[in-house]
Each structure stands twice: as structure tokens, then as C-alpha cells.
Design a protein. Sequence first.
Length: 188
Amino acid sequence: MIVFPYLCSMNRYWELFKIFFRIGAFTIGGGYAMVPLIEDEIVTKRRWIKPEDFLDLLAIAQSSPGILAVNIAIFVGYRLKGVKGSLVTSLGAILPSFLMILAIALFFQQFKDNVYVEKIFKGIRPAVVALIAAPTFKLGKSAKINRYTIWIPVVSALLIWLLGFSPIWIIIAAGLGGFIYGKAMNKD
């Protein structure tokens, strides 16, 4: 009788590993391209995390140093199964890339000047841009960006792109602004 709950718990770890491994293996374009797939698996299909909680985890993952895909895997794993869950999900997300890079490193010299390989990479580039743009717009909708708040991401992007502001200062300013706004709105 004691074995059954243990096996169920182990199955959840295995399921988390498989989900993040599959997403890591078949997603081109990095963390932003993975976001809708992770959301679909964790929020929509399995309903392990509420949509608003996922959005909060994503905001924290984006604000944390490091790779977005790994950060979101860590936060989702931790939210579902604690430290062990975060280790399992991050390993699942990292392992496919590690294995692919290892394979590329072993065989790249043989194929680097191949015309077909070059054409494949040129074809993948526009698809990667689309894979990054789609979740960005979906995130904008989830964050309830409207005509009154659209100036925040636009000004942030312009400050980074045109004036060379560090994203770190933008995140700190946005966090402080949100804190002050929250305090002002909750004054009694």
C-alpha cells in the first residue's frame, strides 16, 4: 500500500521530465518559443497551474538572470514538486540542447560548408522570428496590455534599442513603478 503513492509521485517526476525534454528537443528559437508549448502542456492540458499563476511564474522567470527556458522550467517544477521537481524539469529542458550541441560539435566540421545545410539555416531564421513573435503577442494579451498601458513596453523597447539602456534598469524601474502604483491604489 505504501508503494502506490510513491510510484504515483515518481510518475509525476517522469511525466514532468518527458514534457520538458520533448519541448526542449523540438522547439527552435529558445525560451520564448517554448513558452506557449509549456503553457499548453502545464496550464491547458493538465491544469496543474492556473493561467494567472503561470503568467506570474513567467514574469519572475523573465526577471531572473539566466536562460528563460531554464528559468521557467525551474519555476514550474518548483511550483509543482518543490526542489526535486525543479531539478527534473530543468534537466528535461537542458538535456536535448546539450545533446544536440554535442552532436553538432562532433560533426560540424564535416558539414559547415555544405550548401544544403546553409540553406536550411537560412530557412529556419524567419520561422524562429515567428516563433518568438507569437508568444510575445500572446503574453501582451495575457498581461492585459491595452491602449492605456501600451506605452510601457514600447518605451522600454525604445530605451533599450535606441538609447542602449540596460534591461536590468528597465526591470528595476518597472518593479518600483508597479510597487508604488500598487501602494497608491490600495491606500485606504
